[in-house]
Design a binder for this molecule. Structure first.
Ligand code: BES
Ligand code: ZN
Length: 378
């Protein structure tokens, strides 16, 4: 009896100090047709066991996943079949600054962790927001805005919006996730998250810097709206991006293309350097457009690959019926094995490789920024 009271006492203390994980229940979608409901603390044990899920607790009303979303939910657009802005794209590419990318990643990985529930994760979001403010300063609000997108936890997502001059309702989104996580003990152990996904963050930051410097500040503007999203809480089951895209869907926003950058810096075999083009939980027509960009602007080829599950924030876009694509550092089997540990550090990454990903982002926003979207009717 004494032992029982002692255990109850300990559990009460744990609940009071650690809080909700012991009481709140989460709805997890495991596959195209399976959901389970578990106490929050069980999420971590599932992840450690390699069980993949997205956490749909706040969005249970959304339709189920579809591995080939274009067949059902996603409107199919006629994307450009040729590149037509090579001069301006080349100008931006020539000015990619790998030293600046290095400095940004060094700072971003110096936060002990960017775990979405931690104070550090809040501080890293503040640093990122300030960095974006510095990069974009001098542009009037009617051209560019930087906004916080708040969630039910402390670390916020950040949305940079470049308002389209002619068809602002057509939105192009460049995404990456800012949070990191140590899978063993997220609240206690360090998670530098250099590759996952500091690399995607600095890839997009550099593309934004160049776009501002050599395009927007020269008085040019896209006809469509171009947005950069820096999501919180991807590691906990796409929580941040699900909030963002569900909100967009509720507001009847029209995202015509979403391109995710998650893990852009690790090269297992430099002799066969390539990027991985993810073909599941993505939209074929948009992926084909990305192939065009890679062929036109990169010095390395792509290899088609599958994650096998909705492995990053592009899944939140397709789940809401928006077309999405995902380019990763290599084919899935050759991606970094150091992620989610203290060993996911910057010294293991190639900034040349990250720069190749930056070219994809630059090529995509320039080529899609003025593109007139025509919906393909079958
Ligand atoms: N960057 C990873 C996804 C990934 C991992 C891509 C390995 C390619 C190779 C992402 O941050 C991640 O960790 N995703 C989770 C799933 C998510 C829905 C919780 C994962 O893969 O376990
Ligand atoms: Zn991850």
């Amino acid at each position: 009896m004494k032992l029982f009271s002692f255990i109850t006492f300990i559990l009460t203390i744990v609940q009071v100090t650690v809080g909700l994980p012991f009481v709140s229940r989460r709805v997890l979608q495991l596959s195209e047709d399976t959901t389970i409901t578990v106490p929050e603390y069980e999420k971590l044990s599932l992840l450690r066991k390699g069980v993949r899920f997205i956490d749909i607790t706040e969005h249970v009303e959304l339709p189920f996943f579809n591995k080939r979303p274009e067949n059902k939910v996603v409107p199919t657009y006629k994307y450009p079949a040729l590149v037509s802005n090579d001069q301006i794209v080349q100008k931006l590419i020539d000015n990619i600054d790998k030293h600046s990318m290095y400095d940004n990643l060094a700072k971003f990985t110096s936060f002990y962790t960017r775990y979405y529930k931690s104070e550090y994760g809040y501080q890293s979001a503040q640093w990122l927001e300030q960095k974006i403010q510095n990069i974009t300063s001098g542009l009037p609000e009617k051209v560019l805005t930087v906004e916080r997108f708040s969630h039910n936890w402390k670390q916020y997502s950040i949305i940079v919006k470049i308002e389209g001059s002619e068809t602002p309702d057509d939105i192009i989104v460049m995404g990456s996730h800012q949070d990191s996580m140590n899978l063993i003990l997220p609240s206690v152990l360090a998670a530098p998250g250099a590759d996952d996904d500091g690399s995607g963050t600095v890839t997009n930051l550099e593309a934004l810097r160049l776009y501002v410097e050599y395009f927007l500040k020269k008085g040019q503007r896209p006809k469509n709206t171009v947005e950069f999203h820096f999501y919180s809480a991807e590691e906990a089951g796409l929580l941040g991006s699900l909030d963002v895209f569900t909100h967009y869907s509720t507001e009847n926003k029209r995202v015509v293309a979403m391109l995710q950058q998650d893990m852009t810096g690790y090269v297992q075999d430099p002799k066969y350097e390539h990027v991985g083009l993810v073909t599941d939980y993505t939209t074929e027509a948009l992926t084909n457009f990305v192939k065009l960009i890679i062929d036109a602007y990169l010095s390395i080829p792509y290899i088609e690959t599958e994650c096998g599950y909705a492995c990053s924030d592009h899944g939140s876009a397709t789940k809401n019926g928006f077309p999405a694509a995902f380019v990763i550092e290599s084919e899935f089997s050759k991606t970094s094995k150091y992620i989610h540990t203290t060993m996911d550090t910057l010294d293991r990454l190639s900034f040349d490789h990250m720069a190749e990903h930056t070219k994809i982002v630059i090529g995509s926003i320039i080529e899609l920024g003025d593109w007139k979207f025509a919906e393909l009717k079958n």
